[in-house]
Ligand binder design. Sequence first.
Ligand code: MTE
Length: 298
Amino acid sequence: MAHRWTNRLTARDVTPEALWLGRRAVLGGLAGLGLVGAGGARADTPEPNAWEDITRYNNYYEFGTDKGDPARHAGRLTTSPWSVRIDGLVDRPGDYDFAAIMAKMTIEERIYRFRCVEAWSMVVPWNGFELADLLDMAGVQAGARYVAFETVLRPEEMPGVRYPVLDWPYVEGLRLDEALHPLTIMATGIYGRDIPNQNGAPLRLVCPWKYGFKSIKSVVRITLTEAEPPTSWNKANPREYGFYSNVNPEVDHPRWSQATERRIGGGIFARREPTLIFNGYADEVAALYAGMDLKTNY
Ligand code: MTE
């Protein structure tokens, strides 16, 4: 295995954002060769995108459908106190206080590729913890096969939910083995800062081999289920968005090709690059889909 993430990095290892930005210049000539990550661990990814690219160009439809709407309106969201209800097929169902969760978790930094379905991509240094560690707190029962996630729904703080562009609340799902995979994290920060509201504060899912819309934001409920749970984009448009949504250059979206992508922040002349199967994480995750037809399970 090329690299398997372990919990070796802690909050103390996080590189300050200013250094991250400085590193862009330092390592500009080394793009594509891979970076030396915080704490000396090798992060097999290109250089990360700038803060402005990540925090002012968002999809968070509860605050509006324009890419700038989340940055404009998400400041209204109250993110403290916060709790996550974990229920369904678990030994210890209940409301888990976010501050108490954070006190128990090892926060580490991970530089992940992030790929959106409309063919833009970026590289983001997240801070977070493995979802598996959170599920362990609740104790997953033997009958569980899927994990369902739900975003907070607060019409008084979320101007976009007046419009029925999606069926609110926003919901997502993973198969249990995907959820327990060490690459799957709950992100709580970015560039070593708390995650901005528009990016899904105080905690959002990051599953780096899947398209961005699987990264459900501001999670308030996690339910372990036996049956495959519904997902917001699949409900809205089942022909275009499937349950799995793995990054796959060979499975085109009905309205555009997925074969190439363009990096945000690269300027309008940025070269299109070939999209990598499983977003470049095939060594780690391809085995999850052995024997599955990824054209029908899109
Ligand atoms: N989560 C909620 N609750 N609402 C949303 O509209 N949009 C999704 C996903 N999570 C969305 C969401 C989509 S389409 C994408 S591409 C990513 O969030 C964008 O994450 P980012 O803004 O941090 O880049």
